[in-house]
Every structure is written in C-alpha cells, then in structure tokens.
Write a protein that binds this ligand. Structure first.
Ligand code: G6P
Length: 367
C-alpha cells in the first residue's frame, strides 16, 4: 500500500496533487477548436436529440450531488436550458415526474452508489433518458445508462473525493458546451470556454503551489468548533462542497449557506467563536458578497475569503486564499480546489484518520 502512496502521507494528498494530470485526461481528444465544441461521442446522442431536451436533471449523492449543482448552473449559463440537481437518495423515493424531453444525468465516482443506481432504474422504468458522468469504467451505473462521459480520473482511494469531483465539474463544462453549441452559444463563445478549459490544469497546479499558506489558514480554522461556508449562485455549491469535506474528515460542524440568506436568519449565530469561509469571486456579485463579509465582520465574526486577485476588500481586514481567474462560468472548478486542502490540513492538525474517516464508506452500495 505504501508503494501506491508514491511518497505521499495519505491518498487524499496524492489525489489532490494528481488533479492537473487527471483534468488533462478528461479533456483529451474532446475539445474541437474548429467548431468551438466538445466532442462527446459516448453520450450516444445526435445533435438533433441534444437540441430536443427542454430540461436537464442531475442526480447524485454526497459530493457528487454538490458538483451536480455546479453542473446545473454551468448548463443554465452556457446552454440556457433549465437545469437542476437533486440528491438521488431523495429522488428515487418521492415518485418523481419523469419527462421524455428531460435529459437526466447520473453522476457518480464509483458508479456503484445504490441510491444513484436505483434513481437511474426509476427513470428508465418510466421512459426517461439518462446518461452517466461516471469514473469507474463498466460500473453498474455506467452500464445502466444509455451513454455517458467517463471521468478518466484514475482510481480514487481516499473516502473524501477530490480528483473525481474536479473531473465531474470539468465533465459538466464539456456537457454544457455540447448542449450550448446546438443552441444559442456562438462559435466564439464556445472557443472562449474551450481555451479556458485547456488552461485549467496549469491553473490548478498554481493553486496547489500555495499549499503551505493554505495549511496555515487551516490551523486557524480548525481551532473553531463550528463554522459557516457561504457563497452565492456559482459560489453556493462550492460552499456546500467545502463544508461537506470539512465535516467528513475534520469532524467539525460546518454549515453551508447562501451568502444572500445570512441576513434572513443565520446571521444571529455570528460571533467571535464562529468563523466564516466566504467564497468571493470576481464577478457580477462581488459587491454584494463584500457587503455580506462586512456584515459578518461587524458582528465580530472572523472571515477567510476564497477569492480572486482583483477583488478589492478595501478597509476589510480579511485573510485571503487567492485562486486564478477563469471564465466566470468555470470559476467553481478552481474555487473548490483550496477547500480540499483546507479540509485536509485541518484534519491533519486535528490528528484524524484522513483517508478513512469514521462512520463513512467510499461508496454506499447497500441501503
Ligand atoms: C459516499 C462517499 C461520498 C461520495 C458519495 C457518492 O457517501 O462517502 O464521498 O460523494 O458516496 O459516491 P459516488 O461514488 O456515487 O460518487
């Protein structure tokens, strides 16, 4: 086993570092510069079929569900098709309405999660069309779907998923591009997204170079018994996934909230003992996000921002983790990376079993 670790102390550390290469693998051969489009032959859908879908519904569990939310936002933004994500564990039990003109996407690292596999069966039974975004080739979910996009992340051993999740997010960018280019997304806009996708591996590498600084932030954050992760619109699923990782391996209470909803309740909890990790990208909501950070600070709450270099915090005394800017639609892919390192180093500081957290399994294959 130690040999497989390749000199890393944990599989999670190894898998985090493998991300630049694993992202290279999911995009290889799938970007077509002539037409500014993604080539996803494995979907087994013609352009006409792709164009015929009126909605997209994404199903997954745990972190895959949160990445599904990132994917839904990308699809709405790039393809302008109504899209949302739902926990497969709920979907399969609530007598969902299955529609013939909805594209269902099942997302799973293992391809064996029983809740997701049963959601796929429910969709198929009722005549729906479902494709997979799956890592493990030939897995139950991959076989049950009529087509799909393999993640090519390579084997993932740590219970806390990292490289598979990043590839899921990139996979959704490819699907959004494919759906967008049979609708109103222009060739030029398609090319803008392709260029940005190509730059991702190098940008991820540059975030990983900041690991020592992120480890210092993690020590401070790990001292708190409870914390908030906040973001809005593109940043909200990033916050959800950040909080999930923190709970899973640091055993700290971490709650994700939409930054915009803080004032409608949870702001009452903010004090010196409850720090907030705030996702503050440089985009059309920066001003509103900064106003929320100011409100948290005014109530004595500490804030750690995950942000871009050009965001001006002015007088606000806020420690920052700065990630490189990509196209706004793709920002969530890079904003998520430092949160992996934050959870990893918090768990390391606290002395927990990083690769095998208590009470959790890598894939939940029984009810
Ligand atoms: C388990 C794992 C989670 C994972 C989820 C979905 O609960 O502990 O980390 O996100 O299953 O797994 P999948 O293999 O379907 O992506």
């Amino acid at each position: 086993e130690d040999l497989d670790l390749g000199g890393y102390p944990h599989y999670m550390a190894k898998e985090i570092q493998e991300q630049p290469e694993s992202v290279e693998r999911i995009i290889r051969g799938r970007l077509d510069d002539r037409f500014g489009v993604a080539r996803l032959d494995g979907l087994n859908l013609t352009p006409r079929e792709l164009r015929g879908f009126a909605r997209v519904k994404i199903l997954g569990c745990g972190s895959a569900y949160y990445v599904g939310q990132i994917g839904a936002t990308m699809i709405e933004e790039l393809a302008r098709i109504p899209a949302d994500a739902e926990a497969a564990s709920e979907f399969r039990y609530r007598n969902p309405i299955i529609e013939a003109d909805t594209l269902y996407i099942a997302v799973s690292q293992s391809g064996e999660t029983i809740d997701t596999a049963f959601a796929v069966e429910e969709i198929k039974r009722k005549g729906g069309r479902v494709v997979g975004l799956v890592n493990v080739v030939g897995s139950t979910i991959a076989r049950a779907c009529e087509g799909g996009v393999y993640l090519h992340a390579g084997p993932e051993i740590a219970v806390a998923s990292t490289k598979a999740l990043t590839n899921m997010a990139v996979g959704f960018a490819l699907i959004a591009l494919a759906l967008g280019r049979v609708r109103d997304l222009s060739n030029a806009d398609g090319q803008r997204i392709i260029d940005a996708i190509r730059a991702l591996p190098g940008q991820i590498k540059s975030i990983l170079d900041f690991e020592p600084e992120i480890a210092e932030h993690a020590k401070t954050v790990a001292a708190a018994k409870s914390l908030f992760f906040v973001g809005r619109v593109r940043g909200y699923p990033v916050a959800r996934e950040g909080a999930q990782k923190f709970k899973e391996i640091s055993y700290r209470h971490a709650e994700a909230y939409q930054t915009s909803e803080l004032k409608h309740g949870p702001l009452a909890l903010i004090d010196e003992a409850l720090p907030t990790v705030a996702i503050v990208p440089s985009d059309e909501l920066t001003g509103r996000n900064l106003a929320a950070v100011q409100q948290i600070k005014a109530r004595g709450g500490a804030v750690l921002a995950v942000t871009h270099a050009d965001v001006d915090f002015g007088e606000l005394d806020v420690p920052r983790i700065v990630v490189p800017k990509t196209e706004p639609e793709l920002d969530p892919i890079l904003l998520t990376i430092p949160l992996q390192l934050l959870a990893y180093h918090a768990a390391l500081t606290l002395g927990y079993d990083i690769d095998k957290p208590r009470n959790l399994a890598k894939s939940v294959t029984v009810e």
